[in-house]
Design a protein around this ligand. Structure first.
Ligand SMILES: *Cc1c(COP(=O)(O)O)cnc(C)c1O
Length: 426
């Protein structure tokens, strides 16, 4: 560290920010970034931070990955926009081909591209309602699906995402998510509750994250997601798996639900799909996706040519650099360091995750969530030069989302800081 955190230039910019940007747009660590690479963020005061956040799981391939920069620059030189629905271009089609190929299941698929995760989830629900002719959407506690009206309605956490922003979209029904650590959301109970309170014949789709991301990196019980998939099939509802945070190699497979042996009817991606450029996608069964009338899907910017070029580079980097294996490696190293703390550092209740998507849940006696402890741990990490993010319905989880290209030394240094902070803060 060159300066105290935040340093003088960041403080100057923070003052300008406060006068220009509303407070409702929150900030985790108020240092202004000047440049970033594969696992290091450098601020305007010359302070360097190890990046365990990846811009919320967006830069899985590293920040400004050279192949992404090159592809985007070349695309920008060629053309910046046509609108795919006005005059199409190859990059868009190529991204859809890759997604169709990689998404779970051997059936024929189709994809289309949008600008964000929320927009992908909105469209998945649109399609599910259209195709089933039903309106009810089942979502879960701990779920996060975005900040637009529908996706905010699907989201399970009032503060800060929903409070004061109602009325919410109708026909959203919330069920408990499987949470083994707290013993909630057993499959039979969830299904019984859907059948009795909503009615199987009313359900257009279930929208579910294979691992709850913003909700606290909650990994459901084995077989839970597969059970929901099975139920959907019997009920004639569609299963929408939201892979926006867990996808694109994060958990050691292209998509987390592969490890549950679940084949979604519709799958949403965004975040790391564009390697830092804004892009989202809906991928689904061809017979479902093809039902919607011409012109019913789309958007002005969806699948922007620069974002498509970035996404194609991201697919190549994950493959050529073996990043699925790297995700598993990062997971093993992190788990072995952090799981030692369970039972030793009193507040560390649970260390869990899959691949490089790992959460540390901080609790008091009787597993009561301890948000203050999580805040103290994060603050101590930040002061020591490690960017970590918190998560959780109770804001009591430290989440690890390092870029999958992070070198071992950086990972070790970051884990040293985190282990120290978890010890000190508890
Ligand atoms: C981030 C996220 C979204 C929303 O994506 P935006 O691009 O912020 O709209 C939706 N679902 C999940 C699981 C997410 O993590």
């Amino acid at each position: 560290m060159h300066t105290v955190i935040p340093g003088p230039r960041s403080l100057e910019l923070a003052a300008r920010r406060a006068a220009a940007v509303p407070n409702g747009v929150g900030v985790t660590l108020p240092v202004f970034i000047e440049r970033a690479t594969a696992g290091i963020l450098e601020d305007v005061d010359g302070n360097r931070f190890i990046d365990f956040g990846s811009g919320i799981s967006v830069t899985n391939v590293g920040n400004s990955a050279p192949a992404v920069v090159e592809a985007v620059s070349a695309a920008a030189e060629a053309f910046t926009h046509t609108c795919f629905q006005v005059t199409p271009y190859e990059g868009y089609v190529a991204v859809c081909e890759r997604l169709n190929d990689l998404a779970p299941g051997e059936h024929e698929k189709r994809s289309f591209l949008v600008n964000s995760g929320a927009e992908a989830v909105e469209n998945a629900v649109k399609i599910a309602r259209y195709v089933t002719g039903r309106s009810a959407v089942v979502a879960f506690d701990h779920g996060f699906h975005g900040r637009t009206l529908l996706t905010m309605s699907l989201t399970g956490k009032a503060m800060p995402y929903k409070r004061g922003f109602g009325p919410f979209a109708p026909e959203v029904y919330r069920m408990p998510y499987s949470d083994p650590f707290h013993g909630s959301g057993r499959l039979e109970e969830v299904i019984r509750s859907i059948e009795t309170t909503v009615g199987a014949e009313a359900v257009a789709c279930i929208v579910v994250e294979p691992i709850a991301g913003e909700g606290g990196f909650v990994v459901p019980e084995a077989g839970w997601l597969a059970g929901l998939a099975e139920w959907c099939k019997e009920a004639g509802a569609l299963l929408v798996v939201d892979e926006i945070q867990s996808g694109m190699g994060r958990t050691g497979t292209w998509f987390a639900c592969e490890q549950d042996e679940v084949v979604p009817d519709l799958m949403t991606t965004a975040k790391s799909l564009g390697g830092g450029l804004p892009i989202g996608a809906v991928t689904g069964r061809a017979e479902v996706m093809e039902m919607v009338h011409r012109g019913g899907l789309g958007g002005t910017f969806g699948g922007n040519p620069l974002a498509c070029a970035a996404a194609l580079a991201v697919f190549d980097i994950i493959e050529s650099q073996g990043l699925l294996d790297r995700a598993c490696h990062i997971g093993r190293v992190s788990m072995s360091r952090l799981s030692e703390l369970v039972g030793r550092a009193p507040a560390v209740g649970d260390v869990r995750g899959r691949g490089a998507m790992i959460g540390v849940e901080l609790v008091g006696p009787d597993r009561v969530p301890d948000a203050d402890a999580a805040q103290r741990v994060a603050a101590r990490c930040h002061q020591a030069g490690l960017l970590v993010l918190t998560a959780g319905t109770y804001s009591n989880v430290i989440r690890l989302l390092p870029p999958l290209v992070m070198p071992d030394e950086l990972l070790d240094d970051g884990l040293d800081v985190l282990v120290d902070a978890l010890g000190a803060a508890t």
